[in-house]
Design a protein around this ligand. Structure first.
Ligand code: ADP
Ligand code: MG
Length: 237
């Protein structure tokens, strides 16, 4: 169970975006892909999602080979930096959307939606429209919407990147708490080492399409395995 990535490579023309990536994401853990801009984090995430196909290698999700499975046949929740909510739908309707297109019985939709509103601590704001929310509140709704359909995997690409420092800090703590409740296997992309340290069970440090090191935040911080990790993790933002 979880995600198994074996020998995955991906080129764009002559450019090698991913070079023989091997990675196990254990079931129910939250893993951060950490690295500088251009290191291949988003490409790896998009490959897990099925939005890109690898040139070589394979990807298994919960025991199924999904390497060539269409994105629509996977059950994956996404939260991207600019993955907008539906503007003409309320918070409640946004969260319920995925359940409704799956023809979920109305009673279940209602239960699940209220449960998620509680989890993201926006109980009182269910009837608001996205433009009546702060940026941080919108990303909480985006997360609830992604979780509504009980995805096998949750993929987050710099979800807090557009928010200011104080809100980012709040959302980190809050994502951590949410993950402790939901326990969905999650991959979180960030170029911010502090964010990775605070949010993730395991950190995967990437550089130039390769994995430099995988470890717990403490292992990475205390025992950087390569000169790159040492300089990248040692940097102060
Ligand atoms: P990161 O998310 O770590 O910033 P990306 O995975 O987005 O990095 O990109 C890795 C490299 O691959 C970058 O040099 C980027 O320009 C290149 N790249 C990504 N997507 C494409 C694409 N669709 N076509 C060509 N080059 C791409
Ligand atoms: Mg990226």
């Amino acid at each position: 169970m979880g995600i198994i990535i074996q020998q995955v490579s991906k080129n764009f023309g002559d450019f090698q975006a991913l070079r023989e990536i091997n990675l196990d994401v254990k079931d129910g853990t939250l893993v951060a892909l950490l690295g500088p801009s251009g290191s291949g984090k988003s490409t790896l995430l998009r490959t897990i999602a099925g939005l890109e196909q690898p040139d070589r290698g394979s990807i298994w999700i919960n025991g199924q080979d999904t390497t060539y499975l269409d994105v629509r046949d996977r059950n994956i929740g996404f939260v991207f930096q600019h993955y907008a909510l539906f503007k003409h739908l309320t918070v409640r309707q946004n969260i319920a959307f995925g359940l409704e297109i799956r023809k979920t019985p109305p009673k279940l939709v209602k239960e699940k939606t209220e449960e998620l509103l509680g989890l993201i601590q926006l109980e009182g704001l269910g009837n608001r429209y996205p433009n009546q929310l702060s940026g941080g509140q919108r990303q909480r709704v985006a997360l609830a919407r992604a979780l509504a359909v009980s995805p096998q995997v949750l993929l987050l690409d710099e979800p807090f990147g557009a928010l200011d420092a104080k809100v980012r800090k709040e959302l980190r703590a809050w994502l951590r708490r949410l993950h402790q409740e939901v326990h969905v296997t999650s991959v979180f992309v960030t170029h911010d080492q502090e964010e990775a340290m605070e949010v993730a069970d395991y950190i995967v440090v990437m550089n130039e399409g390769k994995i430099e090191q995988v470890g717990t935040p403490t292992e990475i911080y205390d025992h950087p395995a390569t000169p790159f990790v040492m300089s990248f993790v040692g940097e102060v933002n």
